[in-house]
Ligand binder design. Structure first.
Ligand SMILES: *Cc1c(COP(=O)(O)O)cnc(C)c1O
Length: 479
């Protein structure tokens, strides 16, 4: 059951105060609930929560002076049981499917990448059965969960070794804590970014025990800035993909290859936090270009970190690839044990990586890529159908137009790039856009769109099957 809403603190009306005093006690109602036929079999704790909620509701009803509020104790007890039955019947899990009509393909608040079918099947198999997560079937000895995905990572990125943790923030933390604890990390001032959702590079570095040696200015950094900053305390040269923002205009950056050159001359590893970390060339699929992990390894990065659920299109995970000796040190850090992934994540990630290696049609099989590449003509057809469905459900008071719009990729990937799309622009004579958004949020299942330019919009890029919009709206009389 969802957390209890705070009960209203408003004082009851004097007339209501009288009535409130005869409200039945929790224990009395609980006893009645436990002997109610429709509530048989539920735990006492669960019923107690429901009784408390029902009483809260009743109290509010009385305090508001509602004419239909019961006045006598027996009526109240019956009303509480009626409410408990309703609560129990309508009690849905807190985490539930929603319709993502924001057009944002990798929406962090909506769980980012949708998994490919083989990954979903792999998760289900692993959930149902014991698996060889850390068991070497050849020797009968202890195995390592990372070896299940390492071969694919090496094949896909050209790295010597790889490891995986719960998310990219954890990957960055693990790498910095292993390679730079108590020492200095040289990083460009323009790359000390906040990624959103409270991931700030300087704070993660501090948590990892690394001291930041900022070089350059916000917009410009030169090779000599790095060279001048290197000293006996330096452990690492760091590069960070700015992900969700761009510095444009009078700018200068030191490229990875050049930085790797400086690193080699001073015997220092270069680490890059790539964020999205595409495994393939997005431009080859007609999408905006994004740095490819393989190219960064080839350019000389000793360690590259990236997310599993951004452009890669897999489960939430943080992947670290790079030199064998460094990955070994990461794996020996006790933090690795705290940050390691469970069997479900490993199952989904392995299946997703196998698709990259083996699929004959990745652009169809990987939902992230499929949604990013959806043709405008196809989105248009979905929009027309969605419009019909919603017009029928919403009635003539709503106007629904199909308009040109743009979708974002999301999760800080390619922020400056937007993809052309078609959206439904929904307006109402009396309802403001926020009220329309609330109406859609209240639907079953909830539909999430965007409020843009003073209107509520549903972007069909992220709705592959318009039938998903055949939702139930809360009955208007209840609003
Ligand atoms: C997204 C991102 C992160 C955080 O990754 P999560 O997988 O969300 O933990 C870290 N660094 C960069 C550059 C990012 O883009």
């Amino acid at each position: 059951m969802a957390p209890r809403a705070k009960s209203s603190s408003s004082l009851p009306q004097p007339a209501g105060a009288q009535v409130l005093r005869v409200l039945p006690a929790v224990d009395e109602c609980l006893k009645a609930a436990e002997s109610d036929e429709a509530l048989r079999g539920f735990s006492r704790d669960y019923l107690k929560l429901a009784v408390q909620r029902a009483l809260d509701g009743l109290r509010e009803m009385i305090a508001a002076g509602r004419h239909d509020a019961p006045e006598r104790r027996e009526q109240m007890a019956a009303e509480v049981i009626r409410r408990v039955r309703k609560l129990v019947a309508g009690d849905e899990p807190g985490l539930k499917p929603v319709v993502n009509a924001t057009g944002i393909v990798l929406h962090t608040n909506l769980g980012r990448a949708l998994l490919a079918e083989p990954a979903i099947e792999a998760v289900e198999r692993a959930a149902r059965s014991a698996v060889n997560l850390e068991y070497d079937l050849a020797t009968g000895g202890r195995g390592d969960r990372d070896t299940l995905i390492e071969e694919e990572l090496c094949a896909l990125t050209g790295c010597e070794a790889g490891t995986v943790v719960n998310n990219n923030a954890a990957a960055v933390l693990l790498a910095l804590s292993t390679l730079a604890d108590g020492r200095e990390v040289v990083v460009s001032r323009g790359e000390l970014v906040e990624i959103g959702g409270s991931f700030r590079i300087p704070e993660v570095m501090a948590r990892a025990g690394a001291r930041i040696r900022e070089v350059g200015t916000t917009n410009r950094v030169h090779p000599r800035d790095y060279v001048d900053a290197i000293g006996p305390e330096t452990a690492l040269l760091l590069k960070v993909h700015p992900s969700n923002y761009r510095v444009v205009g009078f700018t200068a950056e030191v490229g990875l290859a050049e930085l790797a050159e400086i690193g080699r001359a001073h015997n220092l590893p270069v680490m890059e936090d790539l964020g999205s970390g595409a495994l393939i060339d997005m431009a080859a699929y007609g999408l905006p270009r994004e740095p490819i992990v393989r190219d960064r390894i080839a350019a000389g990065a000793a360690i590259v970190t990236f997310s599993g659920d951004k452009l890669l299109g897999g489960p939430q995970a943080g992947i670290v690839v790079g030199r064998h000796a460094l990955i070994e040190r990461l794996n020996a850090n006790p933090l690795k044990r705290a940050l390691r992934c469970d069997k479900l994540t490993i199952a989904a990630l392995e299946a997703t990586l196998r698709l990259y290696v083996r699929s004959r049609d990745l652009a169809t099989e990987l939902p992230t890529l499929r949604l990013l590449r959806r043709a405008l003509a196809e989105i248009e057809i979905a929009a027309a159908r969605a419009r019909e469905i919603l017009a029928e459900r919403l009635g003539p008071e709503f106007q629904i137009e199909i308009v040109d719009s743009t979708s974002q990729i999301g999760s800080g990937a390619l922020p400056a790039e937007e993809l052309k799309t078609r959206a439904l622009r929904i307006t109402h004579r009396d309802l403001a856009e926020d009220a329309i958004a609330a109406l859609f949020r209240g639907a079953r299942p909830p539909v999430l769109g965007r409020v843009r330019d003073g209107a509520f919009m549903l972007d069909l890029r992220t709705v592959e099957d318009p039938a998903a919009l055949a939702v139930e709206f809360p009955s208007r009389t209840n609003r």
